[in-house]
Design a protein. Sequence first.
Length: 222
Amino acid sequence: MLANNLANAGTAGYKSDQEFYALYRAAEAQDSDSVMPVIERPWTDFSQGTFSPTGNPLDVALAGRGFFAVSGPSGPLYTRNGSFRLSPAGQLVTADGYAVRSAGGAALTLDSGKAVEIDRDGTVRQDGQVIGRLEIVDFTSTAGLSKQGKTYFRAAGTGGTAARPAGTAVEQGKLEGANVGTAESAVRLVSVMRQFEMLQRAVTLGTEMNRRAIEEVARVSS
């Protein structure tokens, strides 16, 4: 998990994974010293990353809650990665080729020879004409969102959607960076690796002690 977070520290719109702890007590435990923390399950941190200007008019970032809706291979997907481009057919698509959805679910078709303006409410214009409006949705609960690849999420049915999250603004010419604390993740990764090495040495030592004990028993018996 930590290695994956670090590997995607430079991925626009990436949301880091964290661990959720619970307390474990063995059935035969008689005192509080036998209680230890265990990782129960991972969870995704949906906090907003920092914005970086790109100067590309097809790059957009969401200031506030919500996700861009795109048409995935098996239905709608949701992402904070607003690094869009034009397909050969003129459709606004993601880097993976998924069509960016306008309000209502239709694709956005643009003229590659004309300037693109995207308002803060997501309205897309060319030559002053409205082409469409980016579909931006929010979820009352993110518990039903599951990761699909690096920056996409699929809704599992729990948590209703809202057509326009309140207070969210679209910023053209910017991208939202990953919300990964690289220094903290690197330090934690080194710590985990050292703990693993210590446990590995302990297991090796235990195996060696067992081997010697068996050899001594065999020698005495003979």
